[in-house]
Design a protein around this ligand. Structure first.
Ligand SMILES: NC(=O)N[C@@H](CC(=O)O)C(=O)O
Ligand SMILES: [Zn+2]
Ligand SMILES: [Zn+2]
Length: 433
């Protein structure tokens, strides 16, 4: 594994300097820092260096839906998007509700070698919402699970939710809730509002998300546990989380790139690429989640990368699957929505896409670290001045359901480093020798 010198790079978007990576760590920082013999010198003039991105919410689909994605293809996509760690959601087949399945996913991640894969454990057996899964055994397994979620389904029973919140305290875990009141969303196809009424699709009201978040922050307060809110999408949800944080409740929240950028107006074309759960909301909700991310109410951006095979998307809206890909566009969408609009600095981007998700997922011993000598060299090099036209077929993910297809987005991941090894160079994944 060669050493690397990143010449004239801007750590966290600050002043240009040189950064040397050797033996898996950041070996030196400073203009003309001494480099080991044989080091590969990369001219990084104008490029921004961030800690490797950490996704708290990725669907890798393996085991069970390898036609949509495998651990290998999904983590290759993650590396291409600048990630060095992902949390793999539990709604696989079989469900990741036992130590055996989470260890299998963890091992597949190790074998692929693109990023660190941290499996999420299911909260309930089979995501069925009836009985708690073996949370302790998953926590104690080789996969060291700390994040538990029935994502795709809401843990609806308040007694089970309470028990899960109590149980995970024993190993410093967190319950990540997919906040969706099932009765209020039966048959729902898109956001309930003016557009759904005009085009005649059944609506998913904001209150179905907000009611669960309100209940869960109160439960988290009652039992003194950590709650994480997945893919928050409405103004009301931002207000509830803001209230809960002011009250001292240990709640964290995520927003997806698509909820920062897209609205329910896109449903007018009946293109199921834009069908997602929770649904794309209104322009006012988009404004509210941007404000919430800027003021720290929302802690992180998580992709909710949800690959689906063509046959599950290339059909009429009502029968199409919910979900869109996101790993390879996340950083560009955040740049366009938040950095280029002056709402976040690059240091803030490092916070919401690396430091905070690493801390919430308890992988902050390796990820989301400062750019300083001796730290693990988990890093991403970004060219913010570049632009590109998104082409689903040209991406690393095995699925093409990107809502940004054909759009010109700013920024390009030039290189990604996992413990000093380049997983991506010149924008292209590098197969390990
Ligand atoms: N977001 C989605 O629309 N779909 C996700 C499930 C989920 O995140 O709820 C999926 O697994 O496809
Ligand atoms: Zn979900
Ligand atoms: Zn999800």
């Amino acid at each position: 594994m060669p050493a690397y010198v990143l010449k004239n790079v801007r750590p966290l978007g600050g002043d240009a300097t040189d950064v040397v990576l050797a033996d898996g760590v950041i070996a030196a920082v400073g203009a003309d820092a001494p480099a080991p013999e044989g080091a590969v010198v990369l001219d990084a003039t104008g490029h921004v260096l961030l800690p490797g991105l950490v996704d708290l919410h990725t669907h890798l689909r393996e085991p069970g839906r390898e036609d949509a994605e495998t651990v290998e293809s999904g983590t290759r996509a993650a590396a291409a998007g600048g990630f060095t760690a992902v949390h793999a959601m539990a709604n696989t087949s079989p469900v990741a509700d036992t130590a055996g399945v989470v260890e299998q996913v963890w091992r597949l991640g190790q074998e692929a070698g693109w990023v660190d894969v941290h499996p999420v454990g299911a909260v309930t057996v089979g995501l069925a919402g009836d009985h708690l899964a073996e949370l302790g055994a998953m926590a104690d397994s080789k996969a060291r699970v700390r994040v538990f979620s029935d994502d795709g389904k809401c843990v609806h029973d308040p007694v089970l939710m309470r028990r899960a919140l109590e149980y995970v305290k024993a190993f410093d875990g967190v319950v990540a809730q997919h906040a969706q009141e099932p009765r209020l969303t039966e048959g729902a196809q898109m956001h309930e509002g003016v557009v759904s009424a005009e085009i005649g699709l059944a609506g998913w009201p904001a209150v179905a998300e907000e009611a669960i978040i309100a209940r869960d922050v109160l439960l988290a307060e009652h039992v003194g546990s950590r709650l994480h809110v997945c893919h928050l999408s409405t103004r009301g949800s931002v207000e509830i989380v803001r209230w809960a944080k002011a009250r001292g409740i240990a709640v964290t929240a995520e927003v997806t790139p698509h909820h920062l950028a897209l609205t329910d107006e896109l449903a007018r074309g009946y293109d199921p690429t834009f069908k997602v759960n929770p649904p794309l909301r209104t322009a006012d909700d988009v404004e509210a989640v941007r404000e919430g991310l800027a003021d720290g109410t929302i802690d992180i951006v998580a992709t909710d990368h949800a690959p689906h095979p063509v046959e599950d998307k290339d059909c009429e809206w009502a029968s199409a699957a919910f979900g869109m890909t996101g790993l390879e566009t996340a950083l560009s969408v955040v740049q366009e929505a938040m950095v280029d609009t002056g709402r976040l600095t690059w240091a803030d981007v490092a916070r919401v896409l690396s430091t905070n998700p690493a801390r919430i997922g308890r992988v902050d011993d390796q990820h989301g670290r400062p750019i300083a000598v001796g730290e693990p060299a988990n890093l991403v090099l970004v060219d913010p001045a570049a632009t590109r036209v998104v082409d689903g077929a040209a991406q690393q993910t095995a699925s093409v359901n990107t809502p940004f297809r054909g759009r010109t987005l700013p920024g390009r991941v030039v290189a990604t480093f996992l413990r000093g090894r380049a997983t991506v160079l010149d924008g292209t994944p590098v197969v390990a020798a």
